[in-house]
Design a protein around this ligand. Structure first.
Ligand code: PEP
Ligand code: MG
Length: 325
């Protein structure tokens, strides 16, 4: 079984009926790289950079960040690497910044909200990313975008730092794909209004489910509401994919749902292009996708979208999977 999976390591990810998708891995530090390479991921779909800022007593410098990003890009040897800018706040605190306590941190100044207010933290990260872009296939992603103004503000800071670096004579890739995470329902519902000027979307289902269900992802008592296959979530995912497709952009998913074997057939059916998951899930997902027909699951997904709840969808998916094997 393990040997059988290993055979898939350097293979593309293709459904039974020849539909190609990309399987990527999520990382939180350079220590995770080995697993990414060992498990045949085609890309890094999410590098959670906040971990560079945690477990220490001061901010990492631009140079330190540049070295880390460069190392990851070089190790990936030309494969795409999506690096997400700092997503601090919520449950991830940085004590050395002395930020005020919030009564609802997940609804507070998290991620891009924090970065846009603290340009002293954000600009050095953007500069480090821009400089690293010369060393591989970098894509930059902004987390927790709710409204268009946030995306435009982040993009403007990135463009400003690019111009400064160019004036300083630094090497920066000519073109860096820049996208946003879709993890707030407002952004999912209005995905079409972002689609024309982003290069890609990546759906962050950990937060998208939390915010859609109004259920704290850290609170065990309400964890029964973590329902990735609930029709409400599937419909949002479909909206995002359709908006991207109409604008000719690619769309990935980097929340836990992307590696969930019940969700994968539905996501394939809905037309997701890139699935980013923990490295250990990549080979099993590649094997599963090889057994699925995109055309069949397109119809099954449409059916699932109209069901009454999570349990019904899960049972339906399991039934369909049993009936083909
Ligand atoms: C998500 O929200 O789904 C996601 C991938 O980001 P994080 O888990 O880091 O919030
Ligand atoms: Mg998130």
């Amino acid at each position: 079984n393990k040997a059988e999976l290993a055979l898939l390591k350097d293979r593309p990810t293709v459904s039974k009926d020849g539909h190609r998708v990309e399987l990527a891995a999520n990382i939180g530090s350079v220590k995770d790289l080995e697993k990414v390479l060992d498990n045949g991921a085609e890309a890094i779909g999410l590098f959670r950079t906040e971990f560079l800022y945690m477990g220490r007593s001061s901010l990492p410098t631009e140079e330190e960040q540049y070295q880390t990003y460069k190392h990851v890009l070089e190790k990936m040897n030309g494969k795409p690497v999506v690096i997400r800018t700092i997503d601090i706040g919520g449950d991830k605190e940085l004590p050395y910044l002395g930020l005020p306590k919030e009564s609802n941190p997940f609804l507070g100044e998290r991620a891009l909200r924090f970065a846009l207010r603290r340009e002293d933290v954000f600009r050095p990260q953007l500069r480090a990313l821009l400089r690293a872009s010369a060393h591989g296939n970098l894509k930059i992603m902004f987390p927790m975008v709710a409204v268009r103004e946030e995306w435009l503000a982040a993009k403007r800071l990135l463009d400003e730092e690019r111009e400064k670096l160019k004036a300083e004579g630094a090497k920066v890739a000519d073109r860096i794909e820049t996208g946003i995470m879709i993890e707030i329902p407002a952004a999912a519902i209005a995905a079409d209004t972002f689609a024309k000027d982003v290069d890609f979307f990546s759906i962050g289902t950990n937060d998208l489910i939390q915010y859609t269900m109004a259920a704290d992802r850290m609170n065990e008592t309400v964890s029964y509401l973590y329902q990735p296959c609930h029709p409400s979530i599937l419909r949002l995912v479909q909206m995002v994919i359709q908006a991207a497709e109409r604008a000719g952009k690619w769309v990935g998913m980097c929340g836990e749902m992307a590696g969930d074997e019940t969700a994968i057939p539905l996501l394939l059916g809905l037309g997701l292009h890139e699935f980013s998951m923990s490295a250990g899930s990549v080979l099993p997902a590649r094997r599963q996708i090889a057994s699925l027909s995109r055309e069949e699951w397109k119809a099954h997904a449409e059916q699932a979208l109209r069901m009454s709840g999570h349990a019904e969808v899960k049972e339906f998916v399991q039934q369909q999977r049993r009936s083909v094997t």
